[in-house]
Write a protein that binds this ligand. Structure first.
Ligand code: WTA
Length: 638
């Protein structure tokens, strides 16, 4: 029996685009364009790349002589900031609104492209004066304030790579990311607003720097104004630095000419071990990929007001709040706080107030707002919306339908985009003209060959579950894992080594029409509220508590969050199970990793199912918790 609330089991209705949508679409036809992009992949990408400004053209579109370390636009010189800001200043877009920001308390700041350039240039000059240069990695740990975006662009402008650590992560997560990147400079804020409370980022920073001593200077943005500790000679207020002669020069800062393959940023993401992976993206290919996907999938126009309601600290924010949209000269929206604070009308009020035309968010956010009822969006004029988007986890048909009918008033197609930190941009996605099936990310983007295969690499039959692989390279692909190229090869390219395919870590089905239905992760990665977490990070936080001897974390289905974290703990002798200890352990994980990693519950156990080689069999725990058959347990030790 198909379960209509599980996306991958649902294959019924098809929603066709309206004439208006087709008329306005940047791409009016998919199949023929797709065929051409596959037949001449390099030609297709060269054509897209030519829409950007290069200091020097590339010699070779794709260099695949050292697989899987692909290189794109080899020999080309470019800077993503030149395309996201500098080139717009030479046109009428200098006076266009680049950026609308609303803080949770209701304060608003707006920036034209001219103003964006001024802020970024000042920031870049400050970083330069601190000795930051090409090849350095600057760690950014910020709330969702404009200075976060300025800091990212400032790094890119002077050729330093940024490593943005999501502001919801906590001490240990921040410390290990700083240590891996060996950052000397950290950009942060005194705090941010979330549900009317201050999120004390600076306190977390101070503790993280104690654990990770490479940081020499810390730039602090004043946001909340509450008192924070400032270490003399290490911590500097941004507003003080802005009075330095070097920062005063209004928008005067050279943009560094970069090789296409020079790193733009490192973004850490959870994998199957406790140590997060620092995925490396580049100036050239990433610029081309994010801007092209954004332009075609969201049909972006100069009149649009684009709101990607993600946090800039994750890949979605990097690619589709900051880089893709700014390269396309769009007006972007950024909001600091919680979607339902102080009331569940917050988002819809902002859609009306700012005349948002495209809204891109996660199924968790949609489900979260849906539970407050239709009257909240219905009370506002959301008729400016023309397209909607979804990302981060499979969208269940019930949420899809609410998004489509109530938010989009049956007028706005939903772009369900499947992609990953590793892919840099959308991989499987509809275009506005694509017939939609609720819960399916539909078809591969141009240039991408995708398949669902079994362990040997044979394509499975339509409707059958298998592993999702990408068979061909694309410009937005991560180039490596920072300081660990072997792990890059082992994680993504070893399972189908012979074929040279990329393994996504997801399972999926492909239906008879060729539509892809993503089922979920098949490794030890969890998607909780669309956030990516590793079971190993949660487990290592648990065992860092003095009472814990061993721990296991699993994800179980959750109505709002998609998945929720459940943990199993073996205590050290001398400690006994109690509701107090369970609460303390949950808070401990929250303190070490972040509130998003706080387990739903802790179950105290005497033993954990393990293989003979000592690996915890999470699959068995999960099956038991769900009351399912535990399957093949022949490798189980006891
Ligand atoms: C999941 C987020 C279903 C998937 C951009 C993937 C999705 C992981 C979708 C990457 C979607 C992302 N439908 N599942 N439209 N988009 N995922 O790196 O499991 O945070 O592997 O990137 O999110 O998560 P990441």
């Amino acid at each position: 029996m198909p379960d209509k609330n599980r996306a991958a089991d649902f294959d019924g209705e098809v929603f066709l685009p309206s004439d208006d949508i087709i008329k306005s679409a940047n791409i009016k036809e998919y199949s023929e364009n797709y065929r051409r992009s596959i037949e001449d992949r390099e030609g297709f990408w060269a054509e897209q790349a030519a829409q950007l400004e290069w200091y020097q053209p590339w010699d070779k579109v794709l260099d695949d002589s050292n697989k899987p370390f692909y290189k794109w636009f080899v020999g080309g010189k470019i800077n993503i900031v030149h395309n996201a800001i500098d080139r717009h200043l030479k046109t009428w877009r200098r006076n266009k609104l680049a950026f609308i920001w609303e803080g949770e308390p209701g304060d608003v700041r707006t920036f034209s492209y001219h103003a964006l350039n001024r802020e970024v240039s000042q920031f870049a000059n400050i970083l330069r004066s601190m000795g930051v240069k090409k090849g350095d990695v600057v760690t950014i740990y910020m709330p969702q304030v404009p200075e976060l975006v300025f800091a990212m662009l400032a790094c890119a402008k002077i050729g330093a790579a940024h490593s943005v650590v999501y502001g919801g992560f906590s001490v240990e997560a921040l410390a290990e990311r700083i240590a891996d990147a060996k950052s000397r400079v950290l950009v942060t804020a005194d705090g941010g607003w979330r549900r009317g409370k201050v999120n004390d980022l600076k306190g977390i920073v101070d503790e993280a720097i104690r654990r990770s001593p490479t940081i020499e200077s810390c730039i602090v943005t004043r946001r909340t104004g509450h008192e924070v500790y400032m270490e003399s000679g290490r911590d500097f207020w941004l507003h003080d630095l802005k009075t330095l002669p070097i920062a005063c020069s209004n928008g005067n800062c050279d943009t560094e000419q970069m090789d296409a393959e020079d790193p733009l940023f490192i973004l850490y993401t959870s994998g199957t071990t406790g140590k997060p992976k620092g995925l490396v993206h580049t100036h050239g290919g990433y610029s081309v990929y994010t801007s092209t996907t954004h332009r075609y999938v969201f049909d972006i126009k100069d009149e649009d007001r684009w709101w990607c309601a993600a946090d800039p600290g994750w890949i979605t924010g990097h690619s589709y709040i900051v880089y893709g949209p700014l390269i396309n000269g769009a007006t972007i929206m950024l909001y600091e706080g919680a979607p339902n604070y102080p009331y569940p009308n917050r988002w819809w009020k902002m859609v009306e107030k700012y005349g948002i035309t495209i809204l891109y968010t996660s199924p968790t956010a949609i489900r979260g707002l849906m539970r407050f009822g239709d009257e909240w969006p219905r009370r506002y004029d959301t008729s400016s919306l023309r397209l909607l988007g979804s990302v981060g986890e499979p969208i269940n048909p019930e949420a899809w339908r609410w998004y489509y009918e109530v938010v989009g008033q049956k007028r706005c197609p939903i772009m369900d985009t499947w992609w990953q930190t590793e892919t840099g941009g959308f991989m499987i996605t509809p275009l506005p003209v694509t017939p939609l099936k609720p819960g399916s990310a539909t078809l591969p983007f141009f240039g991408n060959e995708v398949a669902v295969v079994d362990d040997k690499g044979h394509e499975v039959k339509p409707g059958e579950e298998g592993k999702l692989v990408i068979k061909s390279p694309w410009p937005g692909m991560a180039r490596t894992i920072h300081r660990d190229p072997k792990r890059f090869v082992d994680t993504y390219w070893s399972q189908y080594k012979k074929q040279g395919w990329y393994t996504a870590g997801d399972s999926a089905r492909r239906d008879k029409d060729g539509y892809y239905w993503i089922i979920g992760r098949i490794d030890d990665v969890l998607k909780v509220s669309g956030y990516r977490l590793g079971t190993a990070e949660i487990e290592s936080a648990l065992v860092s508590h003095p009472s814990v001897s061993e721990a296991a974390a699993i994800g179980l289905p959750h109505e709002l969050k998609g998945n929720a974290i459940h943990t199993f703990v073996i205590l050290k002798s001398g400690f006994s199970a109690s509701p107090q200890l369970s609460e303390e352990l949950r808070n401990h994980v929250s303190r070490e990793v972040g509130a998003i990693a706080k387990p739903e519950d802790v179950t105290f156990v005497d033993s954990l199912p393990k293989t003979r080689s000592g690996k915890i069999m999470r699959r068995v725990l999960k099956a038991k918790a769900l009351g399912e058959d535990v399957g093949d347990t022949s490798t189980l030790e006891e």
